[in-house]
Each structure stands twice: as structure tokens, then as C-alpha cells.
Design a protein around this ligand. Structure first.
Ligand code: GRF
Length: 191
């Protein structure tokens, strides 16, 4: 039987899932937390990671998110109280935002409001930062609203852009910030 004070966190990911895994590992000493991976991309790295970590995975498609409301049903069925986006690219629909007010967070690999919005993800972000000649980049962890990358900022952390940086080199520096900060922000939202 489960203790009654379990908290369930949904990790929405459609990519490699390294942030998702990092968060799960950070909370390895917390038996009061459960994680469920929500994924819209069959074959995504996060699915294999979830299997390795022994986490349940909910696969869903566009209709389940935007038309039928099934994703919300799954969240409720799993008694999810916090939704953490970690490499999830689709817009979160208003119904979900309203069902989880200030309980959905995202991480963006740049200093919003710059270099955000639809289509700004992954290497595209880092290429844009380099093309703009920015002296620094970083991460933004923010609440999610109905617009891409526009919800209230919770934390930003910065790193330098170095001479001769490639998108890959910058991405590695930014990922290190993500791994250091995202679990702690999630932890703060549990209190
Ligand atoms: C991260 O860079 C995150 O900022 C962005 O998507 C990427 C996900 O990477 N939202 P991973 O799948 O966690 O490795």
C-alpha cells in the first residue's frame, strides 16, 4: 500500500530526456515522490530512459492533448500535482494551464524574453544566441501559460558565451546550468 502523502510529478519530454533523468536521480532519496513520464514522441530517448529508471510512461498524441482532453484525464488518474516540462515542444493548451495554475513549469535554454517563442528550441536557440553576438546566455525556468515561453520567470542563471563557441559548446555549458538548477526549483515548488 502507498503512504497517503505521496506527491506525483509528471515529466513531459519528447527528446533525449537528460533533464528528466537528472531530476529523478536528484530525488532518489525521496520515497514520497513518484514520477510519471508523459511523451508524445514514440522512440524518443526519454522513453528508453524511463524504462531504465522503472518509471511509468504515458504516450499521447496531438488529439489527446488538444481535442479529447485525455492528457488531463491521465494526469488526474495519476493524481499528478506538478507538471514539469523538460524538452517538450508542443504548446500547452489553456485547459491544462487552467487545471494546473502555477503548477506547470518549463525550462528554456536561453535568457528569456530573448531567443524564445515558437520554433525556438534546441540548437536553434544556441545558433541564434551566437549569431546575435551575445556576451552571455543561460537558462530560464518559468511557469507555463498559454503562450510559448511567456509565463512568469522563476529563476534565470547565466553563463558566458566564449570566443569561438560552437552551438554544441554553448549547449553543453547551458545543459550544465539546467542540471544544477532545475531539480532545485522543482524541490522549491514542492514545499
Ligand atoms: C533542454 O535544453 C531544455 O532547456 C529544453 O529542451 C532541452 C531538453 O534536453 N527545453 P534533454 O532532453 O533534457 O536532454
Amino acid at each position: 500500500m502507498h503512504p497517503t502523502n505521496l506527491t506525483t510529478i509528471a515529466l513531459f519530454a519528447s527528446g533525449s530526456g537528460s533533464n528528466a533523468e537528472n531530476i529523478v536521480r536528484y530525488f532518489a532519496h525521496r520515497p514520497d515522490l513518484r514520477f510519471v513520464v508523459f511523451c508524445n514522441k514514440p522512440g524518443a530517448g526519454v522513453v528508453e530512459r524511463a524504462a531504465r529508471l522503472g518509471l511509468p510512461v504515458v504516450m499521447f498524441d496531438r488529439d489527446s492533448l488538444y481535442e479529447t482532453g485525455k492528457v488531463l484525464d491521465y494526469l488526474r488518474a495519476h493524481e499528478v500535482s506538478l507538471v514539469v516540462l523538460a524538452g517538450f515542444l508542443w504548446l500547452v493548451p489553456a485547459a491544462l494551464v487552467q487545471a494546473y495554475p502555477q503548477r506547470i513549469v518549463n525550462i528554456h535554454p536561453a535568457l528569456l524574453p530573448k531567443f524564445g517563442g515558437k520554433g525556438m528550441y534546441g540548437d536553434r536557440v544556441h545558433r541564434a544566441v551566437l549569431a546575435a553576438g551575445e556576451a552571455e546566455s543561460g537558462i530560464t525556468i518559468h511557469y507555463v501559460n498559454e503562450h510559448y515561453d511567456e509565463g512568469q520567470v522563476i529563476v534565470q542563471a547565466r553563463c558566458p558565451v566564449l570566443p569561438g563557441d560552437t552551438p554544441e559548446a554553448l549547449a553543453a555549458r547551458v545543459h550544465a546550468l539546467e542540471y544544477a538548477h532545475y531539480p532545485r526549483v522543482v524541490e522549491s515548488l514542492l514545499e
